[in-house]
Design a protein around this ligand. Structure first.
Ligand code: NAI
Length: 462
């Protein structure tokens, strides 16, 4: 039993970053985590392991499809699935141990166990009750399945089970063409599975820029993924080790079934707040079961704050991290702040998809006069040399002021390229500011500059 300035509940990217910043700002800090390792969903069963599998499977794809074009001979590359799983585990271990090291370095106590809040100012872990001036809830989210579907994490899996399948399935059905479905669908398609994605809507990645959605769908189809669009999955039945997925085509109302070895349910996530005791405390939730907070991350109960997937906004690790730093600064008497207009979103398929700010659809709906500068990677020498010329950069800027309002990239390293546009947006830059910035040749980032040039007098290489 001990007394702290701050106890953070949850050690995912929101929680651990918040704890580190609290400690750096001189607050005596502890972090509660019930898993055996720190890092939450992201490091243990989310962002990091999925990136390991995406990387490994991409290397296989390169060996199979592009090596011979470059005069490299790597005949018949094969997959050692157990070894690939081992590589993934090593990547997880390296990252989670890294957080443990950072906790020690910053003198943050790891309170091992699942925490609850018996009263404001108290956190219970096991039989111990710890005192805290401030409590930050960073308890994250969990997969939300559909009614009529029982998850067993073997045949009918969420992203967690999909990361550690016993073997590569012959046929994988993915329910939901969102970020998780397309990233993990890509992994198994590259590893040789037949992958069919069933999506409720008529387009993939809901909410993204329409032109990106169309190009992305075309590229994924070219890579061999199959799509059944406008189809509502109703149930999944498992018999003798095989799954049957039943769905209705929304327009025609026709019933269909498809068999699969594995079904990945990727239909969204919901806040994970079970067992915290929020009801008894009187912490107000939104109608979507998120913890309601004000602009300073304060909940309805004084002394209790919340950040990350457990509150409203995009469920992204980096959004949670930024909120974690902001709330720490607020508790230390500084002016913590997150600019929600400049939060990038990235899908780590190949090619990557990255987006920030407004889409064309949003600007049209708002009746805002804008211009779009677009540049295809076909005009980028580096992309052509690397067989990565499929895709484009699109920058949207205000028609009068030229201020950048949004950017959408599908192409090589899109997840890295987006950040120069994020920085520009933070500084209120015009497209011309990017266009007049010298970009090294030959780099992918020249495509960003060319899109900025296309907002003005025109791109050079198109
Ligand atoms: P999502 O919300 O991105 O996509 C879910 C999809 O399932 C939607 O397209 C929806 O229309 C569809 N769907 C819902 N019910 C359906 C039904 N009955 N039949 C067919 N389709 C149906 O959710 P996802 O991919 O599960 O991701 C969850 C969260 O995790 C998201 O907030 C995402 O941003 C985050 N995440 C982010 C990653 C990244 O930043 N790279 C990686 C993985 C997850």
């Amino acid at each position: 039993m001990a007394s702290y300035d701050v106890i953070v509940i949850g050690s995912g990217p929101g929680g651990y970053v918040s704890a580190i910043r609290c400690a750096q700002l001189g607050l005596k800090t502890a972090c509660v985590e019930g898993r055996d390792t720190l890092g939450g969903t992201c490091l243990n069963v989310g962002c990091i392991p999925s990136k390991a599998l995406l990387h490994a499977s991409h290397q296989l794809h390169e060996a199979q499809h592009n090596f011979s074009k470059m005069g490299l001979i790597a005949e018949d590359p094969k997959v050692d699935w157990a070894k690939m799983q081992g590589y993934k585990t090593d990547v997880i271990d390296g990252n989670t141990k890294g957080i443990e090291f950072l906790f020690k370095k910053n003198k943050i106590d790891w309170l091992k166990g699942w925490g609850s809040i018996p009263a404001a100012g108290q956190v219970k872990v096991g039989d111990d009750i710890h005192q805290a001036k401030h409590i930050i809830i960073a308890s994250g989210s969990e997969p939300s399945s559909l009614p009529g579907i029982a998850i067993d994490e073997k045949i009918v899996v969420t992203s967690t089970g999909a990361l550690e399948l016993n073997k590569i399935p012959s046929k994988l059905v993915v329910i939901g063409a969102g970020v998780i479905g397309l990233e993990l669908g890509s992994v198994y398609a590259r590893l040789g599975a037949e992958v069919e994605v069933i999506e409720f809507l008529d387009e993939i990645t809901p909410g993204m820029d329409g032109e990106i959605q169309k190009t992305f769908l075309r590229i994924l189809k070219k890579q061999g993924l199959m799509f059944t669009m406008g189809a509502a999955v109703q149930s999944v039945a498992v018999k003798k080790g095989k799954a049957t997925v039943s769905y209705v085509k929304r327009k025609k109302g026709s019933q269909h079934e498809v068999e699969a070895d594995v079904v990945l349910v990727a239909t969204g996530r919901r806040p994970y707040v079970d067992g915290l005791g929020l009801d008894a405390l009187g912490v107000t939730l939104t109608e979507r079961s998120q913890i309601q907070t004000d602009a300073h991350y304060a909940t309805s109960v004084p002394g209790i704050y919340a950040i990350g997937d457990a509150i409203s906004g995009p469920m992204l690790a980096h959004k949670a991290e930024d909120e974690g730093m902001a709330v720490a600064e607020i508790l230390a008497g500084q002016a913590g702040h997150v600019n929600y207009d400049v939060i990038p979103g990235v899908i780590y398929t190949h090619p990557e998809v990255a987006t920030v700010g407004k889409t064309e659809e949003q600007l049209k709906e708002a009746g805002r006069a804008y211009k779009a500068g677009k540049f295809s990677f076909m005009g980028n020498g580096r992309a052509k040399a690397n067989f990565a010329a499929d895709g484009f950069v699109k920058i949207l800027a205000d028609a009068q002021t030229d201020r950048i309002l949004g950017a959408h990239i599908i192409g090589p390293m899109a997840g890295d390229l987006i950040h120069e546009i994020c920085v520009a947006m933070e500084f209120g830059a015009a497209a011309e500011d990017l266009a007049r910035t010298c970009h090294a040749h030959p780099t992918y980032s020249e495509a960003v500059r060319e899109a900025a040039l296309a907002c003005g007098d025109g791109a050079i290489h198109s």
